[in-house]
Design a protein around this ligand. Structure first.
Ligand code: ADP
Length: 370
């Protein structure tokens, strides 16, 4: 396929790449969608044409599947065009030996309407139960890999932090202001990386089923009272008002620490995305139609989240584009972890939001009857 010019007139995208990800062929329609000249695409990693989430999907699912089965069908991916727009597409791929090397040939079909690709995705899911089992295996392997890598990465990162601290303390002599500034930036980045890695490790543990839930009776008010003091200084510093309306007699069957972790995550987000004089409130209630569950809710009067991003924010590494400064603050893992934890306790985490009005995150948990 990589020397067949007639594929330029096909009504679909065609791309071929090697096992190391290097693109060796792309047809004209694909280049057009991506807004990239063919010559620029050749030799680049195939991941460079994917949006972040799809890159991870490629690494953890698609490529392992190709290795295991030699083919992958009806995979939904988001292509990332040169101008930053995402293009939903379905792809079929086959991996085979050609000219003494492994080549994967893909046919890519654009899916213009969300409903269409969601329908296709559901069908593909149903049809591909066995493929999913394999993907799960690959996912398991990914979790093990992440756990190992996280450990490996943490050691040098801790060393960077430690040595930066020695410099800061003046152990190696006084520092100029410019040097201190640079050091502060190094330390900030080091902390950010460390947090990212710790969260990755958390996620890997949850995904590989290594998390143990110590389920007990948890009085929601006691969780809120334990967590609020941790976040209040940050809310106060940013002049964000806060209110708690949680009855003292409402309890869940849950793991106390995990509920605290979820609540802290939600409050930290609420604080991050709410401006001065905004309001962050926590309340809780039994399910109105479902007396067997309880709701614990964190609301803010912050920026809000665009409707079409609402489900995506629970995916790992997803951050809604706000200003670049904010983006750097988080890792995009907090909500993914929080929802996994809530589900691990037989509950869930849901969001409602309106741009410019605010957001509301609700944790549901099994209720402990008094
Ligand atoms: P992060 O570490 O980036 O905060 P999260 O998984 O906690 O990661 O959140 C993912 C994204 O969801 C955030 O980057 C932000 O875009 C959006 N988000 C989460 N909570 C809120 C909120 N309360 N208000 C507005 N946007 C939010």
């Amino acid at each position: 396929m990589d020397n067949d010019p007639s594929s330029d007139s096909l009504p679909c995208g065609v791309v071929s790449f090697l096992d190391d990800g290097r693109v060796i062929f792309a047809n004209a329609p694909l280049c057009l969608w991506l807004g990239v000249a063919r010559a620029d695409l050749i030799g680049r990693h195939v991941e460079s044409m994917l949006a972040v989430g799809s890159r991870i999907f490629y690494q953890t699912h698609l490529f392992p599947l190709l290795r295991l089965r030699g083919a992958a069908n009806e995979m939904f991916v988001l292509l990332r065009a040169a101008d930053g727009t995402d293009i939903g597409a379905l792809l079929n791929a086959v991996r085979h030996a050609r000219d003494g090397r492994w080549v994967t040939d893909c046919v890519v079909i654009r899916v213009e309407e969300r409903a269409k690709f969601e329908g296709a995705l559901i069908r593909a899911r149903k049809d591909a139960e066995d493929a999913r089992a394999l993907a799960d295996e690959a996912n398991q392997a990914k979790s093990v890999f992440l756990t190992m890598m996280s450990h490996e990465l943490r050691t040098p990162l801790n060393a960077i932090g430690g040595y930066a601290q020695l410099l800061e303390m003046g152990i190696h002599g006084p520092m100029t202001e410019a040097q201190s500034d640079a050091l502060a930036k190094i330390t900030r980045s080091q902390r950010h990386l460390l947090r990212l890695i710790n969260e990755l490790l958390n996620l890997a543990r949850i995904e590989s089923g290594q998390v143990h839930y110590a389920v007990e009776t948890v009085v929601l008010r006691s969780v809120v009272d334990a967590v609020m003091p941790l976040i209040e200084p940050q809310l106060d510093a940013r002049h964000v008002r806060h209110a708690v309306d949680v009855p003292h007699d409402l309890a869940a069957r849950a793991d106390r620490e995990k509920v605290q972790q979820i609540l802290l995550n939600l409050l930290a987000n609420a604080n991050k995305f709410t401006s001065a004089d905004g309001l962050v409130s926590v309340d809780a209630a039994p399910g109105r139609d479902r007396p067997d569950i309880v709701y614990l809710r964190v609301r803010d009067t912050g920026t809000g989240i665009p409707h079409d991003r609402l489900e995506h924010i629970f995916e790992p590494f997803v951050q809604v584009d706000t200003d670049p400064y904010r983006r750097a603050e988080g890792t995009g893992l907090g909500l993914a972890i929080s929802r996994d934890l809530a589900r691990g306790m037989g509950g869930d985490l849901r969001v409602r939001s309106e741009m410019g009005v605010g957001s509301s995150f609700t944790v549901t948990l099994p209720r402990q009857q008094a």
